[in-house]
Design a protein around this ligand. Structure first.
Ligand SMILES: [Zn+2]
Length: 170
């Protein structure tokens, strides 16, 4: 499935969890997928960058990868709605938010999902919508490519016309 490697998918998932789990209170962030040796995910408050490490994708289940996304979103939440933590580390307020969402504060989120907790329920809802999102997204991509192709054809025609006009002048 293409969606696991497309940033657009994680942007969509971010917005989805923002609505479902954070009442839409989180700001827009830039999602990146940069390989990293040390972190499964990382939130950089100064640049509002949320990075997920694509190296973990082959090893983690989908629900674990998205739990990592929500883990980072809890850091973002603390910066925006709680008491910003200068080290952005795992303090009590952050861990409390995680627990409220049915996640335990563990960077290797694999063992940290509480069954039927808020995250678990939201994740199940997301997977139902994901198929719909994916087909809409593919349709958009297809239309954009078609648009670009048409644009190129129009440009080529204009170019030809310009050349013809130039010839006529001489
Ligand atoms: Zn963390």
């Amino acid at each position: 499935m293409g969606k696991l490697t497309d940033i657009a998918y994680y942007e969509w998932a971010y917005e989805f969890f923002n609505r479902e789990l954070f009442d839409g209170n989180l700001p827009t962030v830039r999602i990146t997928l940069m390989p990293n040796a040390d972190y499964a995910g990382q939130f950089v408050p100064a640049f509002r960058i949320l990075n997920l490490n694509p190296k973990l994708f082959p090893h983690f289940q989908h629900r674990e990868i998205l739990a990592t996304l929500v883990h980072e979103m809890c850091h973002c939440w603390q910066q925006r709605c709680g008491h910003p933590n200068p080290d952005n580390d795992h303090d009590e307020e952050w861990a409390g938010k995680m627990l409220e969402l049915g996640l335990r504060g563990d960077h290797w989120a694999a063992r940290a999902i509480v069954p039927d907790g808020r995250y678990d329920v939201a994740f199940q809802k997301l997977t139902v919508r994901a198929a719909e999102w994916e087909s809409e997204w593919r349709e958009q991509q297809r239309r954009r490519k078609q648009e670009e192709r048409l644009q190129r054809q129009v440009q080529r025609r204009r170019e030809v016309r310009r050349q013809v006009e130039r010839k006529w002048r001489y």
